[in-house]
Design a protein. Structure first.
Lengths: 74, 662
């Protein structure tokens, strides 16, 4: 499953961070790396981007980028 | 002694800087980039200055912010880095810390928001953390000014004794360790020649940081050796190089935090933020609430406070002008000199000052939006719309301010993190019809379309937005090729803004505008005064028709033939509109008389005129702001010409098509 498809309020564990270029490196720098727990907390009013919580802080990213993050829902 | 302040965005860096320096700070620009950096003297310690570097999450050179911070550390060699870390968000903040430690410059860690951490039942064993990171750790609360003096002392000590971080190796034995070790071995001599730490250089090679790698000047053989080690690491860990290094850093941070940090359950601040967000980013209410907030800011800025301050200032200037006027009359001075002083000098100063109240008040509100954390939510809510024209959610605020006044709107683009987004937003902002154009619309609508007042007014605003969107789409395709900076953004907890920070920002913006715009606006006012006052033989004119300005107007009038208003009076009014849009109305009234304008234009050419006024060059103050933010006179000039051309084409289309239809 990919991060954009995690139901709101559910927590998942990151398996693999795909994609390429700056967006991927930025996600890695921000701590979106394999084995990290990540919770999808809400989506923006227009359905995109999404808001996630990890490592005790809140992050927002676009769905097209979240599609590159593979996760397993707990 | 010089310290560099480095930290993530939203970690209280600006607050700490303001506590260190008070109002004793200086904003400068780095050559070649639009990122401004602040320098200030530390109040509690003599002969110490602190440089506030941009807020960054990582030293990886994504954009101007990161490159500036990294190059400052490498090239300017600050005596000590003060790395400010948000204790409530310690894991992600320490990521940058580890990168800084790798650079082997003296570092002191300022653990901010410790009060918030403690009040939520968390704690940090600072001695343990200091031991695990090999650098001094000082708990502080920047907002409450706790521990700031002590921090300065420890930074001073660390710098004076040049104490480098005691640890530089953060990975346990294993494939990553082996790789870093062997690459470090290869690049060591090269790095030392460049004056950078070998381990940092090795990580740059592994992580593919091109400019640093190139500066090492490795030969092909050495490069192959490094690449071989990296490939082996990738094979053994099953991760690519970027993920493996990020994983190495976070693994160390996690183990260090497990030993030194007791995390609070869920903090009060986060619970509160979640509640506020339930309304402010609510599925249905978010956008209406945002628009209401913007409307309230507009109303307060332009109608209530700004208007009051503007009137007050205008009153002051008028009084001063009247006083000087009487004095000069009594002295019996040459009337031309008198006109220069009263109409030129006082007019110019008045024109500059008339923008100040708006800038100050608007930036008060903008600073509130930014510091409370609401601006990040706005970006979150509006991103999907803005993305369609190649921007991100953050650009919405400058664009909306453009409806009030282009000058602060352009200045507000400074907070956009990407250079590309910033330039693109600056170029689109002038298409948003600013409030100074309303009198022009009103006059023409009253004369030509009295029955369709609301409709025409709305059409003007819509037309401006459509032009902006089209311009954005075209420029996205042909000018701003680069990918937009990825939209990965932190949503910080809502916080009470600090009054000190807000007031300092207002002062900074006012000063900035005054410094940069004064000369441009002042000179332009004097030039227009000169052109209006003299005829081509430099005699003082008695009849407006003979002034140089009227001649210039007459000379360019034929250009507007295709738009249906090749009349020197209209082109003259358009020239004075460059000073301030309202001036179009006053010039036309003087030259034509309000009623006779009907004889000058037909409804179709009036429509073309409206479109031209909507789209043609922003006023001189806005151009000065654009020039400042783009730091290029040439680009600003080009933009003025481009806008006039766009306005001309659109006006011509309206007139030609309109003439066929009606």
């Amino acid at each position: 499953m990919t991060l954009d498809a995690v139901p709101i309020g559910r927590t998942a564990v990151i398996e693999h961070v795909g994609g390429e270029g700056d967006i991927r490196l930025r996600l890695l720098d921000m701590g979106v790396i394999p084995k990290t727990e990540i919770t999808l907390t809400r989506t923006a009013p227009l359905g995109d981007p999404i808001e996630v919580r990890l490592r005790g802080y809140t992050l927002t990213l676009r769905k097209e980028d979240a599609k590159n993050v593979e996760v397993t829902v707990l | 002694m010089r310290f560099a302040l480095v930290g993530n965005p939203n970690c209280g860096k600006t607050t700490l800087f303001n506590q260190f320096t008070g109002s004793n700070q200086h904003v400068g620009n780095f050559p070649g980039v639009t990122v401004s950096i602040k320098t200030g003297k530390i109040r509690s310690r003599a002969n110490c200055t602190v440089v506030d570097l941009p807020g960054i999450y990582s030293l990886r050179p994504y954009a101007a912010d990161e490159i500036l911070a990294r190059d400052f550390i490498i090239n300017e060699k600050p005596d000590c880095i003060i790395n400010i870390v948000d204790a409530t968000n310690i894991e992600r903040n320490l990521y940058l810390t580890l990168q800084l430690i790798h650079m082997q410059t003296p570092v002191v860690l300022a653990l901010n928001m410790m009060d918030e951490m403690r009040s939520n039942g968390g704690s940090v064993d600072t001695a343990k953390l200091s031991e695990l990171l090999g650098i001094p750790v000082v708990p502080i609360s920047a907002a409450k000014n706790q521990g700031v003096g002590e921090l300065a002392e420890i930074a001073y000590e660390t710098a004076a004794r040049h104490i480098r971080p005691k640890i530089s190796d953060f990975c346990p034995p294993g494939p990553v360790h082996r790789c870093i070790h062997s690459v470090t071995h290869v690049v060591e001599d090269h790095a030392e020649r460049q004056g950078i730490s070998p381990r940092y250089a090795a990580l740059c090679v592994i992580e593919g940081i091109e400019d640093i790698t190139k500066s090492l000047a490795l030969d092909e053989n050495e490069y192959e050796l490094c690449e071989h080690s990296v490939l082996e690491m990738e094979r053994e860990t099953g991760l690519d190089r970027y993920a493996a290094i990020a994983d190495m850093r976070y693994t160390y941070i996690e183990s260090a935090c497990a030993r030194a940090v007791k995390r609070p359950e869920e903090s009060q601040e986060h619970i509160r933020s979640r509640r506020i967000d339930n309304i402010l980013t609510h599925r249905t209410f978010a956008i209406p609430v945002f628009l209401c907030i913007m409307l309230a800011i507009f109303y307060l800025t332009f109608d209530v406070i700004g208007a009051w301050l503007s009137d007050l200032m205008a009153f002051g200037i008028d009084q001063a002008a009247a006083l000087v006027d009487r004095g000069l009359t009594a002295y019996g001075i040459n009337p031309v000199v008198q006109s220069l002083v009263i109409d030129g000098v006082f007019g110019g100063v008045g024109n500059v000052l008339s923008f100040l109240p708006i800038i100050v008040v608007l930036f008060f509100f903008l600073s509130m939006l930014e510091d409370t954390g609401y601006m990040a939510r706005v970006a979150f809510v509006m991103d999907k719309i803005l993305r369609k024209i190649g921007l991100s959610g953050r650009s919405i605020v400058p664009l909306l301010i453009g409806f009030g006044c282009t000058v602060p709107a352009v200045m507000a683009t400074r907070t956009l993190s990407s250079d590309r987004d910033r330039r693109m937003t600056i170029f689109i902002t002038p298409f948003m019809s600013c409030s100074a154009k309303i009198p022009v619309y009103s006059m023409l609508v009253a004369a030509f379309f009295p029955r369709y007042r609301g409709l025409v007014m709305t059409a003007m605003y819509v037309a401006g937005m459509v032009a902006g969107v089209v311009f954005a789409l075209v420029s996205k395709k042909f000018v701003f090729h680069g990918n937009p900076i990825p939209f990965v953004m932190e949503l910080p907890n809502y916080r009470m803004p600090s009054m000190k920070t807000t007031l300092l920002l207002m002062w900074e913006k006012a000063e900035d505008f005054f410094h940069r715009a004064f000369s441009v606006i002042f000179v332009a006012t004097i030039v227009i005064w000169f052109l209006q006052t003299f005829d081509i033989r430099l005699d003082v004119v008695t009849n407006n028709e003979q002034s140089i300005l009227a001649r210039v107007g007459g000379a360019i009038a034929p250009v507007f033939g295709a738009l249906g208003f090749a009349d020197w009076r209209i082109s003259t009014a358009l020239i004075t509109g460059f000073m301030a849009k309202e001036a179009v109305v006053s010039t036309l009234s003087v030259l034509v008389g309000k009623l006779e304008i009907i004889s000058l234009l037909t409804p179709v050419s009036a429509a073309a005129f409206l479109v031209f006024v909507l789209l043609y060059t922003p006023c001189v103050a806005a151009v000065a702001a654009i020039r400042r933010e783009l730091s290029s006179t040439w680009k600003a000039g080009f933009f003025v010409v481009l806008q006039c051309a766009i306005a001309w084409v659109c006006g011509a289309v309206v007139y030609q098509v309109g003439s066929l239809l009606f």
